[in-house]
Design a protein around this ligand. Sequence first.
Ligand code: G3P
Ligand code: MG
Length: 246
Amino acid sequence: MVTFPRIIAHRGSPRAAPENTLASFRQAATEGAKWVEFDAALTADNRVVIFHDDDLDRTSDGSGPLAETLFETTQALDAGGWFAPAFRGEMIPTLEEALELFVALGLSFNMELKTDPGREVALAEIALPIAAACWPADLPPPVISSFSRQAVAAAKEILPAWPRAMLFDHLPEDWDELGKSLGAMSLNANQKHLTREQVMEVRGAGYAVMAYTVNEAARAETLFGWGVDAIFTDIPGEMLKIFDRK
Ligand code: G3P
Ligand code: MG
């Protein structure tokens, strides 16, 4: 049985620090977050780094697809200066670095497997053993999620004890069949398209519901009122002040 708080820091605290960097995760912890969500992706040479976009351009001083970039090249990039000069020198974290920091800060996490075409299973095969090796066995297991069915299915085979969530933009017709086949603990949906009826049905079928990305308190209130179990937010500190610290 996995327990998680209602407020999950999305990519750290990305309004206050550059997303998916160690600085962003530290900032989320400083704001009181207990869980963070981050995106794990593969470099060209199959190293797992923490990065959201397909391309390096928006959140680093690099360019082109991460999937075509060698790990060594990613480690020479600046992932903080684009956000603010004070963050110059922030690097693209490795999975090991991120997890080491989480353990030190007492954070738990939702690792989203951000796949590129053809390496959906490979990402799970490479990232999950690293995560399991870095995560103390006596701590509650974190959550693994992905928009890729193949990646979530691979997670079920590789690390069955860790809870899984399937990510959706729109909830598909076959969500229950899919959730059951993946042994999913939660269905995580885009809050923009989520309805009260869907939340009730999904929860009624035994899944948790997590909604992304919720940055307005009134919307969070509505979603929690519908029964949504957790929200991913870019403003964890503000949401925690309004909601809870569970
Ligand atoms: O895991 C929730 C959310 O992060 C999914 O969308 O694009 O922000 O990674 P995205
Ligand atoms: Mg994500």
